[in-house]
Design a binder for this molecule. Structure first.
Ligand code: 4AD
Ligand code: MG
Length: 445
């Protein structure tokens, strides 16, 4: 695109490199303040915001008038000299010399997201515009950093990225949350997890991971559930439960520390208390399901939990919140009763009613961010479980083959990106962690 002058195009986040020089910024008018013969337009370009200073007697009347009447979110190409200013939010201000309005937002139909409080429904209905506001943009940048850090973690440790299919013939995580798809007159489903397929790629490549969208027809309207979310899943041949618990604590710590190192200013924009996540480093506490149940019983006795938890059930949100609030870093709860977990989990040889599995619960009430397990190794046991869970055996023939042709102990886990973003950013709800959230009640925009 043509620019107004010969000044180099700069991004706001790197504006400090151009101190004392004239630069051109291509972006939007975020907001402006006026005081008499001075305009203070605030520009944003997707990387950050910077305040401009426009004294009437130092610019042409065209420039002054164009900015004076400019509506929020109009697109502009603006040129000016970069000046360090300690009081400015990013440390710099722009002495504006020229401006070109690319598209003007109509006065009688202004940008719908005003600088006032809106309800969540209104904001979600206008998600395509809401995401332009600094806090939402910062969350999306942290999300991107979490994904980058997750992929780096595995890439640097000898894992091969293998992409599982999204259209699948059968369930991975139970049949109640499947999204059906008409596949040329055959019944198919959107994948709930890539796990079963990366078990196959792990037998081919040793250490693998997948990163992709997963789908669950969740009927629950909670702050933790989406119907479409992104999962990163490692799977490791010859690994047992302890190995993937160690992998999980190193993985989470790496992600948190990468975000703090590379996106600290975004965390500040979001309003995150960084001291709450700074000490996320291995080792994480490890407790058994039995220990966790004892903890819940104590909580109930002390009057801190309303309902009494019965051994054998799955934890609800208040239970997870209570357990995780006892620790200052994520806690790994292992060996749940097999009856509340998926069909593919290896039983504990000491107590076969337990599964060799782990849930990682994030602190501050965020609950489960990782679910993982060792997988059943024995052909006949796996076949029995498929039958017990009423799963169509024909669709799992290939999966059973993995136990027939060179089966080995293996294990892995899955982390939901959105839950990780919500926790690391300290957000109320996962709907803000993904550009366009899909929930029980929303598929627009
Ligand atoms: O615990 P889950 O169901 O585990 C699996 O899918 C395994 N197959 C993973 C594996 O072992 N490879 O889901 C894993 C994670 C959860 O801990 C949570 O972070 C996220 O996926 N998750 C959701 N995130 C948002 N909305 C939902 N409805 C989610 N369901 C699960
Ligand atoms: Mg789970």
């Amino acid at each position: 695109m043509e620019t107004t002058t010969q000044s180099p195009i700069a991004s706001i986040t790197e504006i400090g490199r151009h101190e004392g020089q004239s630069v051109t910024i291509r972006g939007w008018l975020y907001n402006k303040r006026e005081s008499g013969k001075l305009i203070f337009p605030i520009f944003r370009d997707g990387t950050g915001v910077i305040q401009g200073v426009v004294p009437k007697n130092q610019v042409t009347s065209e420039v002054f008038d164009a900015l004076k009447s400019l509506t929020d979110e109009s697109s502009v190409i603006v040129t000016g000299k970069v000046r360090a200013d300690k009081r400015a939010p990013g440390g710099y201000e722009l002495d504006v010399s020229d401006v070109k309005v690319v598209q003007r937002v109509p006065e009688d139909d202004p940008f719908p997201i005003a600088r006032k409080e809106h309800g969540p429904d209104f904001l979600m209905e206008n998600r395509h515009l809401w995401m332009r506001t600094p806090r939402q943009a910062a969350i999306l940048r942290v999300r991107a950093e979490i994904i980058r850090a997750a992929r780096n973690f595995f890439d640097e440790r000898g894992f091969t990225l293998t992409d599982p299919p999204i259209l699948t013939p059968a369930a991975c995580e139970g049949t109640t949350t499947l999204f059906p798809v008409d596949y040329f007159e055959e019944q198919a489903f959107l994948t709930q997890s890539g796990q079963l397929y990366i078990e196959a790629t792990a037998m081919a490549l040793g250490k693998v991971y997948s990163f992709g969208p997963t789908f669950r027809a969740e009927k629950s309207k909670t702050r933790r559930h989406l119907t479409e979310f992104w999962m990163v899943e490692p799977e490791v041949a010859y690994a047992e439960l302890n190995d993937i618990m160690e992998l999980a604590e190193n993985f989470i710590s790496h992600i948190v520390q990468s975000v703090i190192a590379h996106r600290r200013s975004d965390l500040e924009t979001i309003g995150r208390d960084v001291t709450k996540i700074e000490n996320i480093k291995p080792p994480f506490p490890r407790i058994t399901y039995d220990d966790a149940v004892k903890m819940l019983e104590e909580g109930h006795a002390k009057g801190q939990l309303e309902t009494k938890f019965e051994w054998g059930g799955d934890f609800g949100a208040p239970d997870e919140t209570y357990i995780s609030s006892q620790f200052d870093r994520p806690v790994m709860v292992h060996r749940y009763p097999a009856q509340v977990k998926a069909f593919y989990m290896e039983p504990d040889p000491q107590r076969p009613e337990l599964a060799l599995c782990v849930d990682v619960l994030a602190p501050e009430g965020y609950g489960e961010i990782i679910g993982g397990s060792q997988r059943i190794g024995d052909y006949s046991l796996l076949r029995k479980r498929i039958q017990e869970h009423d799963l169509p055996e024909s669709a799992f023939k290939w999966y059973l083959d993995l136990r027939k042709y060179g089966g080995v102990p293996h294990a892995g886990f899955g982390m939901g990106i959105e839950r990780a973003v919500a926790w690391i950013c300290g957000l109320e709800h996962v709907r803000e962690t993904i550009p366009f959230a899909r929930t029980l009640t929303r598929i627009y925009p």
